[in-house]
Design a protein around this ligand. Structure first.
Ligand code: AGP
Length: 612
């Protein structure tokens, strides 16, 4: 998804912008642009395509100046071409803007501007936005800070913006529904969508709050206005991230590195939150809202994509252990319905990025209806973590690969802890059961390490199947969401069509697709549905389908029926998803690599979907 960056200070602005845009390389984008300001003139370069091609197009004659803005665009309004790329400049040439997000009422604003004689070069909502601000300024003679405030009160949408005025040595930053961070250096400011462009220069940051408009001038006091006229004092915080977090450490891709990081990420996610010997689990947010959660009549999960799959595992875990009714909703559907939800319900939002627009809108709706909001996020200080009444970070560490891997497994760990803590509060679990379960959870990282040793074998299987056009993934119980997740991983990075199904549903339609050209991946670990899964495999084989089965070590039954078995360590049934997902991540990864696909930056995808 789009990323924006701005710099004002004494350094070469272009170099800072390029550094920042490099950090956004894995967010997913289709064009790049920069505007550097010097001697009351914008030097603008914008091109469709990747950063390397952009730098080549700019050539040797680099823009010079100490103020600038940059943008990596993921097209929403208008195709990816040079004209639609940001920055956009107002009709007078005085204002330049980079914008992340969308302006929903851009059509009506544009209509009014056209009537007043404004002209447009691009198809973007962004060009409408900057001219709307200019129109307000022209009409009323306000200063730019006030004009931005007034203009944006008439704009509908979720966005973050950085704006420059040709005639001022100042930078304006606005946050409304999309994260924006200000790095505070010595006589300089770096504004960016996240802290990755900032952390090389300073560890002092201001996490902008919703609807704040900042005017930044080095050496002068920061000016803040809020769109609702709430008075604000900026709070400078220390950035907690290490500077080297985004190196590949010798792995070919971030996705592979992140798959291999799962044992460590899982330990980080539960560290300090459990004690197997003493049999306790403690998630701070759950402890804080114990009374409310004890009385909760229902838990509603809202999420998208992989996080939605984690929610499905959460449903299984919470109903199984805590005996609280759970519903799992696509955030994008929930928000457009008139859902039945009230103060006795708990809305649990799951989001790696904490910036997903649909999940944010679903939270707003649940909040309006008085539900308690519990956020499960990876990104510290993200919009969702700030909007939630309580929550838990998953502590997966930064996830760069667009295909989510370690965020998924750590989300599942947090959901397990949540289920166990609630089960304990509600008296559905004995201390000895709790101790047994927690001890097994502590063995999961080592079991994942065992699975990672199968990488070469999975790579060989991937080679055999990488030319297939369709894949089917089957699982039952807690492994059903893993079938969905395996199919999603494969689609995202290899562009092979894949479907995930509850295994028993196969007979109700998808079985018609099975032939020797359609491989079926079956999650067949030794749990309560094992015999049923064996029958499902036989049904596939009877139709000449080829089967790759994920089984437990020592399985002899399926070994004789399936074409390939991948043997993984046994665990408790509730933990099967944490193990079965790993071979599927590796399978998708290797298939994509065999096909020559760009694993870390798959086409059309973006790391966080901040548009609705
Ligand atoms: C996962 O591989 C995806 N790229 C995608 O489905 C993602 O999980 C979804 O967009 C939700 O993102 P979030 O967890 O940041 O809210």
């Amino acid at each position: 998804m789009s990323g924006i960056v701005g710099y004002i200070g004494k350094k070469d602005a272009y170099a800072v912008l390029i550094h920042g845009l490099n950090r956004f390389e894995f967010r997913g984008y289709d064009s790049i642009g920069t505007a550097v300001l010097a001697a009351n003139e914008f030097q603008i370069h914008k091109h469709a395509g990747r950063l390397a091609a952009y730098k080549e197009a700019v050539g040797e004659n680099l823009p010079k100046g100490n103020i600038g803005i940059g943008h990596s665009r993921w097209a929403t309004h208008g195709i990816a071409n040079d004209i639609n790329a940001h920055p956009h400049v107002s009709n007078s040439g005085r204002l330049a803007i980079v914008h992340k997000g969308i302006v929903e009422n851009h059509a009506s604003l544009k209509e009014q501007l056209l009537k007043e004689g404004f002209e447009f070069k691009s198809e973007t909502d962004t060009e409408v936005l900057i001219n709307w601000i200019e129109h307000i300024r022209n009409a009323n003679g306000y200063n730019l800070l006030e004009s931005i405030q007034i203009a944006l009160n008439q704009v509908v949408g979720a966005y973050s913006l950085i704006i420059l005025d040709r005639d001022e040595e100042a930078m304006y930053a606005v946050r409304k529904g999309a994260q924006l961070v200000i790095g505070v250096g010595e006589d300089e400011y770096i504004v960016a969508t996240d802290s990755t462009p900032i952390n090389a220069y300073t560890d002092q940051v201001i996490n902008m709050e919703e609807e704040d408009v900042y005017r930044l001038v080095p050496g002068k006091e920061v000016q803040v206005l809020n769109l609702k006229n709430i008075e604000k004092t900026p709070v400078i915080e220390k950035l907690e991230e290490a500077l080297d977090i985004i190196e590949k450490d010798g792995f070919a891709h971030f996705m592979l590195k992140e798959i291999y990081e799962q044992p460590k990420a899982i330990v980080d996610s539960y560290r300090g939150r459990l004690n197997a010997t003493e049999a306790w689990v403690r998630l701070g947010g759950i402890t804080e809202y114990r009374n409310k959660l004890n009385k909760a009549s229902r838990i509603i999960f809202g999420a998208c994509g992989t996080s939605w799959h984690a929610a499905l595992v959460g449903e299984y875990l919470i109903e199984e252990m805590a005996r609280i009714p759970v519903e799992v909703e696509y955030a994008s559907e929930f928000r457009y319905r008139n859902p039945i939800i009230g103060s006795e319900d708990v809305f649990v939002a799951i989001s790696q990025s904490g910036e997903t627009a649909d999940t944010i809108a679903a939270i707003e709706l649940a909040k309006e209806k008085q539900a308690l909001i519990y956020g499960i996020c990876n990104t510290v200080g993200s919009t969702i973590s700030r909007m939630s009444h309580a929550g838990s970070y998953i502590h997966a560490g930064q996830e760069i690969g667009i295909a989510s891997t370690k965020a998924f497994t750590t989300q599942v760990v947090i959901l397990t802890l949540m289920a166990l803590q609630l089960a304990d509060y509600r008296g559905h679990i004995s201390k000895s059961q709790l101790s047994t379960i927690l001890s097994e959870l502590e063995r999961i990282p080592d079991k994942i390490k065992e699975i990672l040793k199968l990488d070469d074998r999975i790579k060989a299987i991937a080679k055999e199947y990488h030319e297939a056009n369709n894949f089917l993934f089957l699982g039952r119980g807690a492994n059903y969401p893993i079938a969905l997740e395996g199919a999603l991983k494969l689609k995202e990075i290899s562009y092979i069509h894949a479907e995930g199904y509850p295994a028993a549903e196969m007979k109700h339609g998808p079985i018609a697709l099975i032939d020797e050209d359609m491989p079926t991946v079956v999650l067949a670990t030794n749990d309560s549905a094992y015999d049923k899964i064996v029958s499902n495999i036989q049904e596939v084989k009877a139709r000449k389908g080829r089967v790759i089965a994920i089984v437990n070590e020592g399985d002899t039954v399926i070994k004789d029926i399936a074409d390939h078995t991948i043997e993984i360590p046994a665990t408790l049934e509730i933990f099967a998803p944490l193990l079965t997902v790993v071979p599927l991540q590796l399978l998708a990864y290797h298939i994509a690599v065999w096909r020559g696909a760009d694993v870390d930056s798959p086409r059309n995808l973006t790391k966080s979907v901040t548009v609705e």
